[in-house]
Design a protein around this ligand. Structure first.
Ligand code: HH2
Length: 267
C-alpha cells in the first residue's frame, strides 16, 4: 500500500510573495490557478493574502480580506474536489474565510498572533496548522540561534498543540509544521528535514513547506525561485520518507508525481 499523503497547493493573492508575488493578485486568475492546482492533485488549496517572506511588514485585515475573499468565493462556486485553507494569523480574516467556505486555518504564528483565533477555530470545528517561527517575518532571519533546533522546535510545537487542545480544538484537526525557512539557517532547515521523524513522533500529522525556498537556491548553485523545483522535489521526498503527511507546494503536478512514486516505494 502506498503511504497516504496530501498536497496543499499554494495560492498567493499578494503583490510581494517571494516566488510568485503579483502573479495571482487578480481574483479570476487566482481562482483559475487554484482550480488547476486541484486538478493536478492538491487536496487542500491554501489561499493567502499576506506575504511572510523575510523582512515583510504585514498588511491590515481589510486589505487581506479584499484579496482572499473573492478568491475563496470563486473556488467554492466551482466546487473542486479540494478543501480550502486560509493562510492567515488574523481571526477577523479567518472568520470571513470560514463563512465563505474554507475549512482550515494555516497560521504561521501557531495561534500566538491573535488571541481570538484559537477560540474561533474551535467553535467552527475547523482544521488548523500550527507552524514554528522564531521571531517575526521582519526579524526572523537576523542570526537565528537554537540550543538543538529539532528539540526546540518539537518542544514549541508540543506546547502550541497543548494550547490548541486547551482552547477546544479537536486533536484530529491539529497539524504541526516545523516552519522551514522561518528563522532558520540553511543548516537548521537541513537538520529539521533530516530529523523530521522526531517531529512526527509528536503524533500530529506534519506539514512541510520547502517549496522554492531560498536554502534550496543556496544548495544548488544560486538557483532563483523559478529554478528550485528539483530541490523542492528532493526535500519533499525526504520529508515523506521521514513521515510527513502534508506537502505545501507551488508546483503541484511534478511534486504529486514524485511523491506518488516515493509513497509507493516506502509503502
Ligand atoms: N511557508 C510560507 C507561507 N506559509 N505555511 C506553512 N504552514 N508552512 C510553510 O512552510 C509556509 C506557510 C512561505 O511561502 P509562500 O507562501 O510562497 O511565500 P510568502 O510568504 O512570501 O507569500
Amino acid at each position: 500500500m502506498p503511504r497516504p499523503f496530501q498536497i496543499m497547493g499554494v495560492v498567493n493573492v499578494t503583490p510581494d510573495s517571494f516566488s510568485d508575488g503579483g502573479d495571482f493578485l487578480d481574483a479570476p486568475r487566482a481562482v483559475a490557478h487554484a482550480l488547476r492546482l486541484a486538478e493536478e492533485g492538491a487536496g487542500l488549496l491554501d489561499v493567502g493574502g499576506e506575504s511572510t517572506r523575510p523582512g515583510s511588514a504585514g498588511v491590515g485585515a481589510e486589505e487581506e480580506l479584499a484579496r482572499v475573499l473573492p478568491v475563496i468565493e470563486g473556488i467554492v462556486a466551482a466546487a473542486p474536489p479540494a478543501g480550502i485553507s486560509v493562510d492567515t494569523s488574523k481571526a477577523a480574516v479567518a472568520a470571513r474565510a470560514l463563512d465563505a467556505g474554507a475549512s482550515y486555518v494555516n497560521d504561521v504564528t501557531a495561534l500566538r498572533g491573535d488571541p481570538d483565533l484559537a477560540g474561533l477555530v474551535a467553535e467552527r470545528g475547523a482544521g488548523c496548522c500550527l507552524m514554528h517561527m522564531l521571531g517575526t517575518p521582519r526579524t526572523m532571519q537576523d542570526d537565528p540561534r537554537y540550543g538543538d533546533v529539532v528539540d526546540d522546535v518539537r518542544a514549541f510545537l508540543s506546547e502550541r498543540a497543548e494550547a490548541a487542545l486547551a482552547a477546544g480544538i479537536a486533536g484530529e484537526r491539529i497539524h504541526v509544521d516545523p516552519g522551514i525557512g522561518f528563522g532558520k539557517t540553511v543548516a537548521h532547515n537541513l537538520e529539521l528535514l533530516r530529523r523530521l521523524d522526531e517531529i512526527v513522533a509528536l503524533g500530529f500529522p506534519v506539514v512541510v513547506g520547502t517549496s522554492r525556498k531560498s536554502f534550496l537556491g543556496t544548495l544548488a548553485g544560486g538557483a532563483g525561485p523559478g529554478d528550485r523545483l528539483p530541490g523542492t522535489i528532493a526535500t519533499n521526498v525526504i520529508a515523506l520518507e521521514r513521515g510527513a503527511a502534508i506537502f505545501r507546494v507551488h508546483d503541484v503536478a511534478p511534486v504529486a508525481a514524485a511523491l506518488a512514486v516515493a509513497a509507493a516505494t516506502v509503502g
